[in-house]
Ligand binder design. Structure first.
Ligand SMILES: Nc1nc2c(c(=O)[nH]1)N[C@H]1C(S)=C(S)[C@@H](COP(=O)(O)O)O[C@H]1N2
Ligand SMILES: [Mo]
Length: 352
């Protein structure tokens, strides 16, 4: 088994080549789409997107501060306080990096975008256990002036990104302490990370040490320079919910044996539910795939269809549609930073 243990890496977990794809930065690793056994992505292969090396934080000395112009008083919690004082909730939610599929976006437009060259693996789903953010904000005394809430990370990159108060108070916006029933792993934000349901991964700040509640809109690098849609002739728009897309659980390109089989995948529509998934083989008709749920807003849903392929080269296309009737497009309009690619992908499959 080859791991990145032998080479220098800024990630703590062993990165196993059979499970993860190296995005080439030393910081970022995608999940191999053909290594998804269950609804949840196992911790050993959950994608990692780090802007700086994973910090090693000590839960015994770590504290979380809630402060700012939108609260009456600053409050401080220890790790122990979080476990002792608050009810815990568990939710299944998908995280997707806004840059997922950027390498394919580049190929579609015949040029390379800057940024991490993700394939299809910058997406994963976990059961997150933690404290609704609103329960942590409440003891600080929200004032009528509070407008935004900004968690801030203790990593060298000081990752931070504001969200409107309403999103922070949603019952499924959490400060997560555990992931898939395990204490949060270092790479995924130990001791505590935010999970912002349905929003781009960058909103879900890891290694949180401070939460600012502001009485005015906040401008930081992650909502002005990065994680914004910059289209020609338009003002930059910060990304929130990500558009509907699908993932085929096969390598790219794929090799299959002939004979009857089941093709599987997932579809995800950010804050919305997935309503339908259709597929098309070569120049054939579009047909509906079967949806296997869980049919939740903010989490991917599983789909499948039976196929008895003839030997030869084939192209599989899968198109998901969200509950508002928005489908994956044939092509994604250009944006300078290569975010939110959701075109129908021509998946090459060789049957031999
Ligand atoms: N503090 C901090 N939080 C962060 C990041 C980071 O680099 N630093 N990366 C963000 C981005 S861009 C994504 S896509 C998700 C990835 O979460 P994961 O590594 O647990 O999959 O974390 C987000 N939270
Ligand atoms: Mo991201």
């Amino acid at each position: 088994m080859r791991t990145t243990r032998d080479i220098r890496t800024a990630v703590v977990k062993p990165v196993i080549a059979a499970l993860m794809e190296d995005a080439g930065t030393g910081l970022d690793y995608g999940t191999r789409p053909d290594r998804l056994p269950g609804l949840l992505t196992p911790l050993d292969r959950f994608f990692v997107r780090n802007h700086a090396p994973t910090p090693r934080l000590d839960a015994r000395t770590w504290t979380l501060r809630v402060e700012g112009g939108g609260v009456r008083r600053t409050v401080r919690y220890t790790y122990d306080d979080l476990w002792r004082r608050f009810p815990l909730v568990s939710v299944v939610r998908t995280l997707e990096c806004a840059g997922n599929r950027r390498a394919l976006f580049g190929a579609e437009h015949g040029r390379r975008f800057g940024g991490v060259q993700w394939g299809r693996g910058a997406i994963g789903t976990a059961e997150w256990t933690g404290i609704p953010l609103r329960d942590l904000l409440e003891p600080a005394g929200l004032t009528d002036a509070a407008v935004e809430v900004m968690p801030e990370g203790l990593d060298e990159a000081r990752g931070r990104r504001p969200m409107p108060l309403a999103k922070a108070l949603a019952p499924d916006t959490l400060l997560a302490l555990a992931m898939n029933g395990e204490i949060l792993p270092p790479d995924h934000g130990f001791p505590a990370r935010v999970v912002v349901s349905g929003w781009l991964g960058a909103a879900s700040i890891k290694w949180v040490g401070r939460i600012e509640v502001s009485d005015r809109p906040l401008r930081v690098p992650w909502n002005t320079e990065d994680y914004v849609i910059v289209a020609p002739g338009r003002p930059a728009v910060p990304i929130t919910s990500t558009p509907v897309a699908s993932l085929v659980e096969l390598p790219w390109p794929a090799r299959l044996h002939p004979g009857p089989q089941t093709i599987r995948g997932r579809a995800y529509a950010g804050e919305d539910r997935v309503a339908a998934v259709d597929y098309r083989i070569d120049d054939g008709p579009w047909r509906p795939a079967t949806l296997d749920g869980p049919d939740l807003a903010g989490a991917w849903t599983r789909w499948r269809f039976p196929w008895d392929p003839a030997p030869g080269a084939h192209v599989l296309r899968v198109r998901a549609t969200d509950e508002h009737g928005r489908s994956q497009p044939e092509a994604t309009p250009w944006n300078d930073l290569g975010y939110c690619h959701n075109s129908v992908l021509p998946h090459p499959i060789l049957v031999a």
